[in-house]
Design a binder for this molecule. Structure first.
Ligand code: ZN
Length: 260
């Protein structure tokens, strides 16, 4: 069975909690990240047909980092197939971040939770690609997804060997390290759409990054779309999270991957 046309699948975006389900439906399928446990409290109980909300703690958000609590994080991760965004950011000289020791403490606690609770985990690593790989080596998790990855070619090879997937943003899609070092079955695409970024009304759009990734891998954009759904289906199988998906999302995954 095939589902045509497949909706777009944005593997990392930030949606406004004040948007209605009808408004969110304009964005296609989205793995929606939160930046604090406070936001996640309001998000993970929502049921939109094509949105999976992930509990997160953004490394740039000082208040989020200070308020992180591992037990609360664990409880928020339990009912959802996706977690994020979490990670490390060492760009503090550029724009200010939570103190690195606090970021590392929280990231380690989050990975500890996720080591025994497999999920698709969207990870931020800006100016901290080496540090994130070191932490994943120290405490491996089932499916780390490196979002907006800016690591070197050598780090990219290392990440692939560690089992990472990559959600590729249009800003990095042309970099040859993906084509050269990342197998197609590790790819997702993302907008990193931020609802506070102007123009706020534009929903998530991943057509351009589908096109760019297609150019790199010699695929049509429609083939890239099918590929990312297949890759998400594989991640869901690997993490055993099929029962946690919204019904419509699960049905598309099943049909796209020919499971049933
Ligand atoms: Zn983000």
């Amino acid at each position: 069975m095939t589902v045509e046309p497949l909706p777009s699948l944005d593997a990392h975006a930030h949606l406004s909690l004040s948007s209605s389900g009808v408004e969110l439906a304009r964005s296609g399928a989205v793995l929606a990240m939160t930046t604090s446990l406070e936001e996640a409290d309001l998000a993970v109980g929502r049921r939109e047909p094509l949105v999976i909300w992930g509990p997160g703690c953004h490394p740039r958000k000082v208040q989020s980092q200070q308020a992180f609590e591992a037990g609360r994080f664990r409880a928020l991760c339990e009912p959802t197939a996706v977690v994020g965004e979490i990670g490390l950011d060492m760009g503090s000289r550029l724009y200010g971040c939570a103190p690195l020791d606090l970021q590392v403490r929280n990231f380690r606690q989050a990975l500890e939770v996720l080591a025994s609770m497999p999920r698709l985990v969207s990870i931020h690593s800006y100016h901290a690609t080496r540090q994130v790989l070191d932490e994943l080596r120290r405490r491996p998790i089932r499916v780390p997804v490196l979002h907006w990855w800016t690591g070197t070619a050598a780090e990219t090879r290392e990440a692939v060997a560690l089992g990472c997937c990559f959600s590729v943003h249009s800003a990095v899609a042309r970099q040859s390290k993906f084509r050269s070092h990342v197998p197609p079955d590790r790819l997702l695409v993302e907008s990193d759409h931020g609802y506070n970024d102007p123009p706020a009304a534009i929903p998530c759009r991943v057509e351009w990054v589908e096109h760019l990734v297609g150019q790199q891998y010699g695929l049509e954009a429609a083939e890239v779309r099918r590929l990312v759904w297949l890759n998400l289906a594989a991640i869901v199988r690997e993490t055993g999270t099929r029962s946690l998906l919204p019904d419509q999302m699960g049905a598309i995954l099943d049909a796209a991957s020919g499971d049933r």
